[in-house]
Design a protein around this ligand. Structure first.
Ligand code: BTN
Length: 306
């Protein structure tokens, strides 16, 4: 077996059994190699930055998130959205955060699945209780998208592209991170909002249709530091947003790189056309100049044309 595929297999095993010790002997027997070969592969993984612990019990991948105060940590859930929704309904406080190492039924926008292999990314949901008019709720994903893009740039120096409304991409238009907003209303005002954030950190076997990228294809990433940066950025910017909801648009405009560009628009009904992204309206909708005049887009897939 090549050294690379051995490290990959060991990593796969440790990720599936996060926090659980695996002895060199057992790993060797399972993978058909010697204990020194296992030891060598473990050193290679360490050099790659994986938080591996060794003891007389063997090796394990150390979960780095549980040490973060205020974050509810789960190794495996269906979706963090559903887990936290139950807590929200039971009255959990604003800014409760629930993070899972692995999601078996993670979801994205428009009912798409969201892949979340164990210890390969950051998958979490933040509970917010914004005291705002329902009409301003649609601004929240713009705010969060800008916060996540800004935090990734500050923490990793990777230059990201913030697409309307909130996908975070690399320069090849592959997705690093996505945001999902779900909410419940009471008497026509938001009772709570669940902001789900998924960030690809380590490379997984993304299905081709995902067109995804992982941050660690660029630089090693300290997951806990990145999570901390995102949470503190959101806490700060969210307060400004509550005082003045248009702050979401200001922040998004600072972070985006689509305004002024020629874009392709695919509307949910399948209509496909091109135009120049001009501005956002006060509700966060995208104003596009097309050959047939100005159009305001409320929901669509947009991509910058090359
Ligand atoms: C998208 O780009 O379509 C949104 C993806 C959102 C994924 C995150 S991962 C954490 C949270 N739990 C989920 O099931 N989805 C969101």
């Amino acid at each position: 077996m090549s050294e690379i595929s051995l490290t990959k297999q060991i990593l796969g095993h440790l990720q599936q059994n996060l926090g659980i010790w695996a002895s060199g002997e057992d790993l060797g027997a399972q993978l058909g190699v010697t204990r020194p070969a296992i030891w060598k592969a473990i050193q290679a993984l360490r050099l790659e930055g994986y938080p591996l612990e060794a003891s007389r019990n063997g090796y394990r991948l150390e979960p780095d998130i549980p040490m973060l105060q205020g974050v509810i940590y789960k190794t495996k859930v269906g979706s963090t959205m559903d887990e936290i929704r139950n807590l929200a309904r039971a009255g959990a406080a604003e800014f409760t955060v629930l993070l899972a190492e692995q999601q078996t039924t993670g979801r994205g926008r428009r009912g798409k699945p969201w892949q979340g292999a164990s210890a390969s990314g950051l998958y979490f949901t933040i509970l917010l209780r914004p005291n705002i008019a329902l009409s301003n709720l649609g601004l929240l994903p713009l705010l969060i998208g800008a916060c996540v893009a800004k935090s990734i740039e500050l923490e990793t120096s990777i230059v990201t592209q913030l697409k309307w409304s909130n996908d975070i991409l690399n320069d090849k238009k592959q997705k690093f991170a996505g945001i999902l907003l779900e909410s419940e209303l009471e008497d026509g005002v938001p009772r709570f909002a669940l902001v789900g954030i998924g960030i690809n950190i380590r490379r997984q076997d993304f299905p081709p249709e995902f067109s995804a990228a992982a941050l660690e294809e660029y630089v090693p990433v300290h997951r806990r530091n990145l999570l901390q940066k995102i949470l503190s950025t959101i806490q700060y910017e969210y307060q400004q947003f509550l005082e003045q909801p248009s702050h979401a648009i200001t922040l998004w405009k600072k972070q985006n790189n689509i305004l002024g560009q020629s874009i392709q628009i695919l509307e949910p009904n399948g209509t496909n056309y091109i135009g120049i992204a001009q501005d956002l309206d006060p509700s966060g909708a995208l104003i596009v100049q097309t050959d047939n005049g100005s159009r305001t887009i409320y929901a669509a897939e947009v991509s910058v044309r090359v």
